[in-house]
Design a protein around this ligand. Structure first.
Ligand SMILES: [Zn+2]
Length: 524
């Protein structure tokens, strides 16, 4: 991908042009000058929306002390109090990272002021010399303006390059030890223009004329896989991010009281803030609009929401009903739903997309809904709900093994129809597989597909056919016991294709090697 090569060449040029000593002395003023020149040079030779910047903060004179209570940095804007636990050396190791955010959305200005702290435990078996955080808002020029970045209360060296923010640790982080990262930044939201390939990444994150969507909007430490940080580059379609599970406390407010918020958790009052708490989640999302209406229904201890625009009452009720029925079916088949809410939101764009306890539904499907179950609105709602088990509970590398979640979620649509609308199952196979090309492999990396349609064909449709054949071969009992066990074993983890097949083989002695050869490029 030549965009990546250009980024890397430019980055090495800038880094190599400064000696270590010089880099240590770079101050904000000169860094800004370098950034300006660098941005200019890049914009002269590339049309990519990715703006790599490299800023190095001065090395602090005192060595940061790990695991000491750290005072919040006093700034012109008072930092709101948080309930962040104070780390001490004898503290019980954290199970997972803790994210605390205070964010204020200026709906008119399309900016978000964010105060964020991350308590990050090293859950690997190796010492870490750096941390890699994903900074998706940095895909847009001036998309993020940093005001503070500190590690255990001290200024920290870091390198910001496109979506990658590397924090260099002066003292290696031992397994099960934790660090606290404090961040303060302004997000300048991009206009989520539709249909222009040069701004494709703005499709969801950002704003439209009637919606603000905060997806992948905060910084997060990316997972480690095979001893490496896992942060693939984005492609023209599909998804590229992988997420560890983490606990979130998000405190949010908007400057406009008429704005209605949809989020990845139930809203609770917290003085001037609205607080959302999500345990063991992967991607906390908010969506705002002054025009939203909402239907909601309680299902046991889970509240299901369907946010929509006026005049779309009937399709919005279908989204609510399908989400509830799918949630009940998949809870039986795959095990308990992992959160206390599930929120579906009518996107102001034509795509469905899953996040933690949340999904966007394509605007176009509300327009074409005809009141029956034989609609894209119905099966895509079932699909996105299934992602709460395969994406949210069991994650995977979405860039390299997108088939792992998409295959099962597409087949889950078939399970929805055979349970609730068996008469429409044949319709679903025909309507869903509209452009099915069975000559492709199903285990391609997302960027190996020549087009988005080819990606759907290989990953989603070929995947559903594989599972249909596999189920017929090994029988329903083994098939469903396998799926439930796969979910249970890899809950809160990032599974691989090898994990999928080793779990499958534990549930059947029947030979299905010819199916693997037929559908998979890799040997399993
Ligand atoms: Zn999907």
């Amino acid at each position: 991908m030549d965009r990546t090569a250009k980024t890397q060449r430019a980055r090495s040029f800038l880094l190599n042009s400064l000696s270590l000593r010089e880099r240590a002395k770079v101050r904000v003023k000169s860094a800004r000058a370098i950034l300006f020149v660098f941005t200019f040079l890049l914009s002269a030779c590339a049309t990519s929306p990715i703006i790599p910047v490299v800023i190095e903060t001065p090395i602090p004179s005192a060595t940061p002390l790990l695991f000491t209570p750290t005072p919040r940095v006093v700034t012109a804007t008072p930092i709101p109090p948080t309930e962040t636990p104070i780390l001490v050396p004898t503290a019980i190791p954290l199970e997972r990272a803790q994210y605390t955010l205070y964010a204020t959305l200026d709906y008119a200005a399309k900016t978000v002021e964010v105060e964020q702290s991350i308590l990050y435990p090293n859950k690997s078996t190796n010492m870490l010399n750096d941390l890699l955080l994903a900074v998706e808002p940095n895909f847009w020029a001036n998309g993020i303006i940093f005001h503070e970045l500190s590690l255990n209360g001290a200024a920290s060296n870091y390198i910001l390059d496109g979506q990658r923010l590397t924090i260099l640790l002066d003292t290696p982080l031992e397994p099960d030890q934790s660090v606290q990262i404090n961040l303060r930044y302004t997000l300048n939201l991009p206009f989520a223009e539709q249909g222009d390939p040069s701004v494709m990444r703005a499709r969801i994150y950002g704003y439209t004329n009637r919606q603000v969507n905060l997806t992948n909007w905060y910084l997060f430490v990316v997972p480690r896989q095979n001893g490496e940080w896992l942060l693939p580059e984005p492609w023209h379609f599909g998804e590229h991010l992988a997420y560890d599970v983490a606990d979130y406390e998000v405190n949010f407010k908007t400057t406009d009281p008429a704005v209605v918020m949809a989020a990845s958790a139930n809203a609770e009052p917290n003085a001037e803030w609205t607080r959302y708490q999500l345990k063991s989640g992967r991607a906390f999302v908010l969506s705002a609009s002054p025009e939203y209406k909402v239907y909601s229904q309680q299902v046991g201890d889970i509240t299901v929401y369907s946010y929509y625009y006026p005049i779309f009452e009937i399709p919005a009720q279908e989204v609510l009903n399908v989400s509830i029925k799918a949630l009940q079916l998949y809870s039986q088949l795959f095990g308990a739903y992992p959160h206390k809410s599930l929120t579906a939101v009518q996107g102001d764009f034509n795509d469905g997309m899953e996040y933690s306890a949340f999904y966007f539904q394509s605007h176009g499907f509300y327009n074409t809904y005809d009141g029956t179950a034989q609609n894209y609105l119905t099966f895509v709602s079932a699909h996105e709900t299934a992602h709460q088990w395969f994406f949210e509970s069991v994650a995977n590398n979405q860039a390299h093994e997108p088939w792992l979640d998409e295959m099962i979620c597409t087949y889950s649509e078939r399970l929805y129809y055979e349970t609730y609308h068996p008469e429409a199952t044949n319709w679903w196979w025909a309507a869903r597989m509209f452009d099915y090309n069975p000559t492709s492999w199903l285990d391609l990396h997302v960027n190996e597909n020549p087009s988005e349609r080819a990606y759907w064909s290989s990953t989603y449709f070929h995947g559903a056919h594989f599972l249909e054949e596999l189920r017929a071969r090994i029988g329903d009992e083994a098939f469903f016991a396998f799926l439930k066990d796969y979910r249970t074993q890899y809950d809160q983890k990032i599974a691989t294709g090898d994990d999928f097949f080793s779990t499958l083989r534990a549930h059947t002695d029947i030979d299905f090697s010819d199916l693997v050869t037929k559908y998979f490029r890799a040997a399993h």
